[in-house]
Design a protein around this ligand. Structure first.
Ligand SMILES: Cc1cc2nc3c(=O)[nH]c(=O)nc-3n(C[C@H](O)[C@H](O)[C@H](O)COP(=O)(O)O)c2cc1C
Length: 197
């Protein structure tokens, strides 16, 4: 089996966002493992309009050009780490919109989460796990929550991830969980394709 490909999705796009810092941090930890091919997928590179299509992408391919490229990228990947903020206790609208713009491309793939905010985006991530189930994904039990003083220290007080070594064990646990599901589901998807041929 080829090395599974994991997309680390930066889920916010506003100028001055924190999301790219958290994505770079988890990218470096994931890349150092050696068992996963990891890449950053920045939603800024897929500037989709608000969903305005005749039907779900399950039935009709999107007309929106950026959404078509997004669907292709999702299709290439075997698993996902959504790096997410919490906007009004929910996932950022840009991320929800992107999730609405693909369907089959997400099916039977795992979704893990790195959240940041007052409570480490725990409330947004719980909603994302439900959305992932509808997309026929396997959301992992373990996530990374960068909250409270850790988040405020980096957001407001000039600290960086170099000061946050205590967050690494939760990143390792989440990545172990994601790697297990990614290998298992990739093997199962490949087996289904072989049986259908
Ligand atoms: C519209 C909006 C709503 C927010 N709501 C929440 C919230 O519900 N919970 C929270 O912990 N932080 C909230 N925040 C603060 C964010 O955690 C903080 O701005 C964070 O940096 C946003 O992520 P970003 O920098 O990647 O955009 C909110 C920020 C914005 C802009």
């Amino acid at each position: 089996m080829s090395k599974p490909r994991i997309g680390i999705v930066i889920s916010t796009t506003r100028e001055g966002r924190f999301g790219d810092k958290a994505a770079a941090w988890i990218h470096d930890i994931a890349a150092a493992r050696g068992d996963l091919e990891v890449e950053i997928v920045d939603l800024r590179d897929y500037p989709m309009g608000f969903f305005d299509e005749p039907a779900s992408p399950l039935y009709v391919p999107p007309k929106d050009e950026a959404a078509r490229r997004w669907g292709k990228k999702v299709d290439e990947l075997d698993g996902f780490i959504f790096v997410t903020a919490e906007y009004n206790r929910a996932p950022p609208a840009v991320l929800k919109n992107a999730l609405d713009y693909a369907y089959r491309e997400f099916n039977r793939k795992p979704a893990a989460f790195v959240g940041y905010g007052g409570v480490g985006a725990a409330r947004a991530i719980e909603q994302l796990r439900l959305i992932a189930v509808e997309l026929q994904m396997a959301p992992t039990r373990h996530g990374v929550h960068i909250g409270g003083a850790d988040f405020m220290g980096m957001f407001m007080q000039g600290k960086t991830f170099a000061d946050m070594a205590h967050l690494e064990p939760s990143a390792v646990t989440m990545l172990d969980d994601l790697a297990w599901w990614t290998h298992a589901l990739k093997a199962a998807r490949e087996e289904s394709v072989a049986q259908a041929a």
